[in-house]
Design a protein around this ligand. Structure first.
Ligand code: ATP
Ligand code: MG
Length: 389
């Protein structure tokens, strides 16, 4: 039996030009994610996208699994595409949905006829298909208000489509439809979740990771690469920039007060990131900060970190979330187990014993006086390496 996948677009409130831009970005993303599965035809109409295999050997199970991770899709239905003949339709509904029909105790049939030349109207299609199902699956009852299973029959131009309940898609907006942003990625639990959340809002990502060899090991970098690999299942490819941070950290250690160390370091991360983000055409920075989580994330500390950014907005999608809530997402996107591997991050190198939780910007600016900020930032940015994830 020929099978296709029907997708319902997300964000149904989108209208006009935005909608077609959204839809073409979504089809482009799906095409990209399924390109190695063989020849597939994509058609869009009325906020539905049809994914129709052209080659007989397209692995539809694999396509179905991958589609579940693509943002911009509200609902997914796998369906049988059959000849527009009532006998064929009735037979196919019982066959194709056999398992679901056996498992349910109540059902109803929903019919839609966009091909008005089809001889039966929707209520007649419902009655005929429902009658055959009731005769064959004697345990079932019809419940039009709250059925466990909806048997959908859609009469379209070329085929009749038959499918059961639709499953939820990944939601959000198609990656790329909102532009591009640079995520500061650390190898912890938070920043991969922040990356995923912003990809869900339609941003394509570029990653920036600060490494301080020999204080941080190659394994810490491998961990970041593995984490972004998991995020890229949702976001598509991510260019990762690894920025050498050792010289900056040693300068801060040698010339600045210990209690301000973390904050001054974070301000350097922001400065370097803003330059790389601009080079890469990114319109925002993303971090995994959350108010009050650690000393460098009090409101006053965040204000001081933010003050080092000149022009770009900083998106902090976790700002009001509890750690539990972040961990729940980390488990869902399968980054948690990797995040808790123990390799040290540059933030844990030279950690102050008593970090200031209520820093004042003028005090920090004074503490940065002995540093040649521009030269240090330029040196770090010039030393970056790019890895395509
Ligand atoms: P995470 O779980 O993401 O490591 P965290 O709670 O450990 O977060 P911090 O270490 O204070 O928090 O870092 C806050 C944010 O700063 C991170 O979420 C990340 O966006 C950024 N960041 C921290 N360390 C690095 C790094 N080495 N490279 C790039 N970004 C970093
Ligand atoms: Mg961290």
């Amino acid at each position: 039996m020929k099978e296709i996948i029907l997708l319902k677009n997300g964000e149904l409130a989108l209208k006009g030009l935005n909608r077609s831009r959204f839809e073409s970005q979504l089809i482009k993303n799906i095409r990209h994610r399924l390109h190695d599965l063989g020849k597939i035809k994509y058609t869009a109409s009325q906020s539905t996208i049809n994914v129709e295999p052209v080659d007989p050997d397209v692995d539809l199970d694999e396509a179905y699994e991958r589609i579940k991770t693509i943002f911009g899709i509200a609902g997914i239905s796998r369906c049988a595409a059959v000849e527009k003949d009532m006998d064929v339709i009735k037979e196919a509904a019982c066959e194709y949905l056999r398992d679901e029909l056996n498992a349910a105790s109540t059902f109803k049939v929903n019919a839609r006829r966009s091909d008005k030349k089809f001889p039966l109207a929707s209520p007649e299609i419902c009655a005929e298909v429902g009658g055959v199902i009731l005769a064959k699956f004697r345990h079932l009852r019809v419940d039009v208000h709250n059925p466990e299973l909806i048997v959908n029959v859609e009469i379209r131009d070329n085929y009749a489509y038959i499918h059961g309940n639709q499953i939820k898609g990944a939601g959000g907006m198609p990656v790329g439809s909102s532009g591009r942003a640079a995520v500061l990625i650390s190898g912890g639990i938070d920043s991969p979740v922040a990356s995923w959340m912003m990809a869900k809002r339609g941003l394509s990502l570029c990653g920036i990771h600060f490494a301080s060899p020999p204080y941080t090991s190659e394994r810490a970098e491998m961990k970041v690469r593995a984490l972004l690999g998991k995020v890229s299942k949702y976001s598509g490819n991510i260019p990762l920039f690894v920025v050498p941070f050792t010289h900056i950290q040693e300068e801060i250690r040698d010339k600045c007060p210990e209690d301000l160390f973390t904050l001054i370091m974070r301000r350097f991360m922001m400065r370097c990131s803003e330059i790389i983000a601009a080079e890469q055409g990114c319109g925002a920075l993303i971090t995994g900060e959350s108010v009050g989580q650690v000393a460098s994330q009090t409101m006053q500390a965040i204000a001081c970190t933010e003050a080092a950014v000149k022009a770009l907005p900083v998106f902090r999608p976790l700002i009001g979330m509890d750690k539990d809530e972040v961990i729940e997402i980390a488990r869902k996107i399968d980054t948690f187990e990797t995040s808790i591997l123990p390799y040290e991050d540059c933030c844990t190198v030279f950690t102050p014993r008593h970090p200031k939780t209520r820093p004042v910007l003028t005090e920090i600016e004074a503490a940065e006086e002995p540093l040649d900020i521009d030269a240090l930032v330029a040196e770090a940015v010039a030393g970056k390496r790019m890895i395509l994830i």
